[in-house]
Design a protein around this ligand. Structure first.
Ligand code: ZN
Ligand code: ZN
Length: 664
């Protein structure tokens, strides 16, 4: 088993993206490798880190010139160089982690780590592991990246390699392998042809920091003929609602998305992307061979990214709204001549399999080749074919065990705080056995309140398909990494004007979307057709920090008890005694929206770790129990967290389950 530690930091957008892509690629190539991604700034500096990150974002947003000044100061000052290795608490934590986990290979995606590692091993003859630095900047590369020693330096392109050579890094330590974008980019897809005549020009507009000017910029773009816009508004629900309203008259050629996990697919299905010059975004556009128009450049770190675009002629830069619209028009004029030139250059620059290539290098540095190791050739083997599929749904002969489950979890596809991959890691690290992600889907005819609430709180109709795709992808990853089952679910919101006319219904382990406009018995029927469970969420009176009570199903239990598979007997901190008294089938869930909601009621099921077996227990009301969950987090930081042991053995069931109510 190869043990690989990837160090990252949540500053800027390139480091975390690179770290996650490398982890995914390593796991695709080697079933046996254990990979940990750690942000030591988040771990050792806690509140300070949140503060530092906010300050960074604040400076970037309001005083980009000032940030440029800070960045170049960091590059030149010898004083700052001394400071770089001087992170006492971080050094202590890293030293402890290295001693505990004894990795074969350490990957740094943030320049500070090289300096800290040099300090830790200052008096040693040699380091007990290989160190690979993956440089996430392009062209304008801060010298902090290479002033500390590293066995190898991976860079995105030849121009970046040149910077390192000039900085004195020996040739044999430099590898030009591309920027580690998500391995999904390496899947072979048909290239989008140039749009001619009346064909739509599909333009992707990513809104990041320049929110104020986004509305006007979009108006300008819509003045152009044949431009079809997909806008991603990120986590800002209010902005999304405003943009839907603003473009309502042209809704046939405008799609406004919120947060999306599907950036690779979006970039590969659009002719142009308009965005600021963020490290990850620029590299993803290049990997997707999607020409880019840069509409904002943060001085310092992003200048290199923008320079890469114009130096290699992969798109253009226009910081004013008018310039951006003119560039789009120019790109598609004369049978898309300019656009075709950009596309041609992108083909030469694109390295969509960079993460897999770097992962191969990491694995070979981490130890000798083992028979379990698979080589991936460029474009010959798509990652999904390398991926192991989730466990067989039947024929499973594993013995029964006590499974810790949570069947009611919201992601940022509706009103939750975490993305689907973040939820999988959050529950996986805690050793859960089965989770179901259940974002809200509202009956469009019953939507109450302002438009912003609509965009804010529920899964958009146009995103339902993406939602299923993303959870399916994560289901496979969760099984590979944590041996945790992930189900797709939906919480159908049927909100009326009173609590007695309001109902929330969970569909658990769905295979396909169900129309939320159907009436409740019809929805239950559709859920059952898919072999999924229909469960009443929070059916009784509860103390809630947010919503109102939803009593319709309980008030009409004669009608619904025969139709439903189970009722929530507990929801987060509330427990509904009446459900128990009536001896109805039950489950208990977090109704998770943010990390602190993990401290709540959960379901325990004693059976094989298999989706069908679990659903069967719930339907039959057998081998089901509930438990009030408290974990180690907060009380004992770092305990068990930085271990390469499998999560299932790292946390013993009895450690995390202080109170059981068993029904068998
Ligand atoms: Zn609900
Ligand atoms: Zn809910």
């Amino acid at each position: 088993m190869k043990k690989i530690l990837i160090l990252t930091a949540g500053f800027g957008d390139g480091h975390n993206a690179a770290a996650r892509s490398l982890r995914d690629a390593i796991e695709l190539l080697d079933d046996d490798a254990r990979t940990e991604v750690i942000d030591l700034f988040a771990d050792s500096y806690g509140v300070f880190n949140t503060f530092a990150r906010k300050t960074y974002l604040g400076v970037v947003q309001y005083a980009p010139r000032l940030w440029g000044g800070i960045y170049s100061l960091l590059d030149k000052s010898p004083l700052v160089e001394k400071q770089l290795g001087n992170f006492t608490r971080l050094q202590g934590t890293l030293e402890k982690i290295l001693a505990e986990t004894q990795p074969d290979c350490v990957i740094s995606t943030y320049p500070v780590y090289g300096h800290v590692i040099r300090k830790i091993y200052h008096h040693h003859h040699e380091r007990p592991f290989r160190l690979i630095t993956v440089v996430t900047d392009s062209i304008t590369i801060n010298s902090a990246w290479f002033r500390a020693p590293s066995d190898l330096f991976c860079v995105a392109n030849e121009a970046s390699a040149e910077v390192l050579r000039k900085g004195g890094v020996p040739e044999k330590q430099i590898r030009v392998l591309g920027f580690p974008v998500n391995p999904v980019f390496a899947e072979p897809v048909a290239e989008l042809p140039a749009p001619v005549g009346d064909e739509p020009r599909r333009v992707l507009y990513i809104i990041n920091t320049g929110k104020k000017k986004a509305g006007k910029a979009i108006d300008r773009l819509l003045e152009l003929d044949h431009v079809h816009l997909t806008i991603t508004a990120g986590r800002d629900a209010k902005l999304r609602a405003e943009l839907i309203e603003r473009t309502r008259k042209q809704s046939d050629r405008v799609r406004v998305l919120g947060w999306t996990n599907q950036m690779p697919e979006l970039m590969m299905s659009h002719h142009l992307v308009i965005s600021k010059a963020g490290g990850a975004t620029v590299q993803e556009a290049i990997a997707a061979r999607c020409p880019m128009i840069v509409n904002q450049v943060i001085p310092g770190q992003e200048e290199g990214n923008a320079e890469l675009i114009w130096r290699c002629n992969l798109g253009a830069i226009g910081e004013k709204n008018r310039e951006v619209a003119e560039l789009v028009e120019k790109a598609f004029a004369k049978r898309a001549a300019l656009w075709s030139e950009w596309r041609k250059n992108l083909r030469a620059a694109s390295r969509p399999d960079a993460a897999l290539r770097i992962a191969e290098l990491i694995l070979s540095e981490a130890g000798d080749d083992t028979p379990g190791r698979k080589a991936v050739k460029l474009f010959e083997t798509a990652p999904e074919r390398v991926m192991r599929s989730a466990p067989a749904r039947n024929g499973n002969s594993d013995p029964a065990q006590m499974l810790l489950c949570d069947f009611h979890i919201h992601s940022n596809y509706s009103d939750g705080k975490l993305s689907v991959p973040e939820i999988v890691d959050f529950y996986g690290e805690r050793g859960f056995d089965c989770i179901c992600i259940t974002d809200h889907l509202a009956d469009p005819s019953r939507l109450l309140g302002k438009l912003s609430e609509l965009a804010n709180c529920t899964l958009g109709q146009e995103q339902v398909e993406e939602y299923f795709t993303v959870i399916e992808r994560e289901r496979q990853r969760a099984w590979r990494r944590y041996k945790m089952l992930v189900m797709t679910g939906i919480e159908f919101n049927k909100d009326g004007y009173t609590r007695k006319t309001s109902a929330h219904l969970l569909g658990i382990d769905l295979k396909a979307p169900v129309d939320p406009a159907l009436d409740i018995p019809q929805i239950i029927e559709k859920i059952h057709e898919q072999g999924a469970l229909a469960v009443a969420s929070h059916p009784h009176i509860m103390k809630s920090e947010w919503g109102k009570n939803t009593l319709y199903l309980w008030e009409n239990q004669e009608k619904f008890a025969p139709l439903l598979d189970a009722w929530e007997i507990a929801n987060r901190n509330n427990i509904f005694n009446d459900i128990g008294l009536k001896r109805l089938p039950f489950i208990a869930n977090s109704d998770f929206h943010k990390p602190k909601h993990i401290y709540s009621w959960k379901t325990l099921i004693h059976c094989q770790k298999d989706a069908e077996a679990i659903k069967d227990c719930i339907r039959r009301n057998e081998h089901v129990a509930i438990t009030l969950y408290r974990d180690f987090a907060g009380a004992l930081p770092n305990q068990g967290r930085h271990s390469f042991d499998s999560p299932a053995t790292a946390h013993h069931l009895q450690d995390r389950l202080p109170l059981h109510v068993v029904n068998s």
